[in-house]
Design a protein around this ligand. Structure first.
Ligand code: MD3
Ligand code: FE
Length: 214
């Protein structure tokens, strides 16, 4: 049905800002396979709530897969080749996850994207992410690809500085956003998650962010 309304080369895409492209439902068909991949990763590297450098516990629970994982503790934010909870390397990035990210990036004008880190965020009701920039990656000319799964969320998208009222963007199961170019360093966050039930994930939202960390 969707294929009839939108030829697949045009999909349902929307330019949010220069460099930020929303690909609605891009991951919808593959969502069960992506979630199976996530479950395999989480069996090896369970979700955990990390500490900020300021000593606060983040409400979002996180894990990672790939050559690097994003970690935060009292010493700061960084990418690590090992899981601090076990000392072991992060689980490998499942090929179908990496491939989806590569295809989404190419669709948004970033050919050759080869993520070495996938941060897996789990939001339960009430979990939120305050406005921040993603700037721990070595090469900021590389985009970030985000995939939303499960319960809907309101994404907050600001500008290059902390000031100003952020745009509120509803993101639902299967939506993919590619953030690059001038939008790469924009402030962003997630409003507190509303309680609900989703057939794919139950009572939570899972967000995958694919990054080139090194
Ligand atoms: C815009 N995660 O993990 S993904 C994060 O839904 C993070 O879990 C949110 O922000 C989440 O750092 C938002 C969308 C996103 C990711 C990276 C960006 C938007 C971005 C980098 C620059 C600008
Ligand atoms: Fe972020």
């Amino acid at each position: 049905m969707t294929a009839d309304l939108f030829p697949d080369t045009l999909a349902a895409r929307e330019n949010l800002q220069p460099g930020a492209m929303l690909l609605r439902a891009f991951a919808l068909d593959e969502a069960p396979a992506l979630l199976a991949g996530v479950a395999g990763v989480i069996a090896m590297a369970p979700f955990r709530q990390m500490q900020t450098p300021g000593g606060q516990t983040m409400s979002v629970a996180m894990s990672s897969c790939g050559e690097r994982g994003w970690v935060s503790d009292r010493r700061g934010y960084r990418y690590s080749p090992t899981d601090p909870a076990t000392g072991a390397p992060w689980p490998a990035m499942p090929a179908r996850l990496a491939d989806l990210a590569r295809r989404a990036a190419a669709e948004a004008g970033f050919p050759g994207f080869a993520p070495d880190a996938c941060l897996i965020n789990r939001y339960l009701p009430g979990c939120r992410m305050g406005l921040h920039q993603d700037r721990d990656e070595a090469d900021l000319s590389q985009p970030i690809v985000s995939v939303s799964l499960g319960l809907p969320a309101t994404f907050l998208f600001g500008g290059p500085t902390r000031g100003g009222r952020p745009l509120r963007l509803p993101l639902v199961h299967g939506d993919v956003v590619v953030w690059g170019g001038p939008a790469r360093l924009h402030f962003h966050g997630v409003a507190p998650l509303a309680a609900g039930e989703h057939p794919a994930t139950g009572g939570c939202r899972i967000n995958l962010t694919f990054r080139r960390a090194t």
